[in-house]
Structures are given as C-alpha cells and as structure tokens.
Design a protein around this ligand. Structure first.
Ligand code: ZN
Length: 268
C-alpha cells in the first residue's frame, strides 16, 4: 500500500491504494467521507478489511463506490461491503447494470487474450514460477470468471455519458469518462490535475509477456486504443491502473496500436 498526495487546484488530495491480490483499489477522501474505486474478488473479503484497517478507514466512512467495470476482480465484494454499510451508493456505467446482474464476466461482446505469449504462459506448469501464479489468478478456477450477481438499487448512480463528479454529489474536481474496449462498460475517473484512474483501460503488468500497457484480456482492441486516444487527448498526466504500478501518459502514446487484433487469441 502506498499513499500519493497530489494537489487539486491548491487542495491536497489523498489517494490511498488498497492493494489486493491482483487488483489495486483506490480510496480518495471527500470531505469527511471516502470514495472507493473498485472492490476485489469475492474471496478477498478478509484482505480487503485488512487493507482498510491499515489505511485507518472504516467501512462506514465510505459514501460511494465507483465501479470501473463489472469484472469479478473489481465487483466481487460489492454485496459484502453493502451488507456492512448499505448507505454506500454504487456509481457505474449504464452498460454495467445488466452485466452485474448476470454474475459472470461478459464474453458476449467478443474478446480474447492480448497475444500468443500470454496463452503460452497460461499453459505452462504454474507451480514453479511465482509470476505465473499471479497471472493465473485472473482465470483461477476458484472464481471461474463469476461473481455474486449485483442488483442495482434505486440509490445507485448510473452514468449515461461523460459526467462531472460534482454533478453526482462527489465534491472532487474530476470527470468520469467512458473508456470501453476492455469491456463495453469500462469507465475511468480523470481528475483535473491529470491523474487518471483507469481500471483495466490500461495496465502495467506482465510487460515481459508483451502486454505493452494493455490488460491481458480485451473485448475490442480497436475500441481499447480509441479509449487511450481519448485519455491522451484530455489533460491526463499519470495513469493509475488496477493492475500494476502507476505510470506516465507518455507510455500510452509510445505503445498505442502495438498489439494487433490478428495476434490475439481466444480465452478458451
Ligand atoms: Zn477487467
């Protein structure tokens, strides 16, 4: 876990990384409350509570959860968290609503693994190589790409288009932007100072396997890079991915289009 202090129009903003097994969740202080971005796998409840405890934040201090997309490693703890604090509002894309109800990572909009090397790595014996274990967690039998279905409540906030945080009652200087490609419902949070929390719209993970700042599974690679162009065209400076360490936006500029559709393989 690390803390990043950044400045938004002269105000200090604390970005706390709640590091779970493979997912970075982020906490941002908003007056007396916290905004949580993403949760984690269903089986990570104890680890999630431990990270929250280490950050000295109570679950009752969380006012909103912004869900970057519906995948098992991002939404797995939604129901569990709401059992503890039902006041929390979930913020999500309008396209996430039905997908969350299904309780399964969407595979009906195309998609595949980013390249052949990833496929090969997944087929190797995983016992001896530590990094493989991390990789394997993405498609672990334990989760089987499933998560507890989530039924949207009336108090939740559905994002239809680019939306200022202040327009949905979050008093922070930033905008939710649509960044599809990894999934149809992917959204990112771009703060006015240039910090952008992207979920899986970019990643800094398994570079040696040729990921080139893409996450390993992508629904539509053309849409994915279109979202990069959108992120670059805004005032983005630093990218905070859900998988891997933060990096500068230049990396997106340098790597855009490097992974080709023809090199992708199906996740079967
Ligand atoms: Zn994902």
């Amino acid at each position: 876990m690390f803390f990043i202090i950044t400045t938004l129009k002269g105000n200090k903003m604390e970005l706390i990384n709640l590091k779970l097994s493979v997912t970075n969740c982020f906490l941002i202080k908003n007056k007396e409350k916290y905004i949580l971005i993403d949760t984690g796998y269903e089986y990570e409840w104890e680890l999630f509570c431990k990270r929250l405890y280490e950050a000295q934040v109570s679950i009752h201090e969380i006012s909103h959860i912004i869900l970057t997309h519906h995948h098992d490693d991002h939404c797995g703890l939604l129901n569990k968290i709401l059992e503890e604090n039902n006041e929390i509002k979930i913020v999500m894309s309008y396209l996430a609503k039905d997908l969350l109800l299904k309780g399964e990572n969407d595979q009906s909009h195309g998609g595949g693994l980013i390249n052949k090397r990833i496929k090969l790595l997944l087929s190797l014996s995983l016992k001896r190589i530590k990094i493989m274990i991390t990789l394997k967690k993405f498609i672990d039998k334990k989760t089987n790409l499933k998560f507890p279905p989530y039924k949207t409540r009336e108090k939740d906030i559905i994002i239809l288009e680019e939306t200022r945080l202040k327009d949905i009652g979050i008093e922070l200087d930033g905008t939710i932007i649509e960044t599809p490609g990894h999934t149809i419902d992917s959204i990112s949070i771009l703060f006015d100072d240039g910090d952008c929390i992207v979920g899986d719209a970019a990643a800094n993970f398994l570079q040696f396997a040729g990921t080139k700042y893409c996450v390993i599974y992508v629904c539509d690679i053309d849409e994915y890079y279109k979202s990069w162009r959108k992120i670059i065209s805004k005032n983005t400076k630093q990218i905070f991915p859900a998988h891997g360490e933060p990096f500068l936006v230049n990396k997106l500029k340098e790597n855009i289009g490097k992974n080709k559709k023809k090199n992708m393989v199906m996740n079967k």
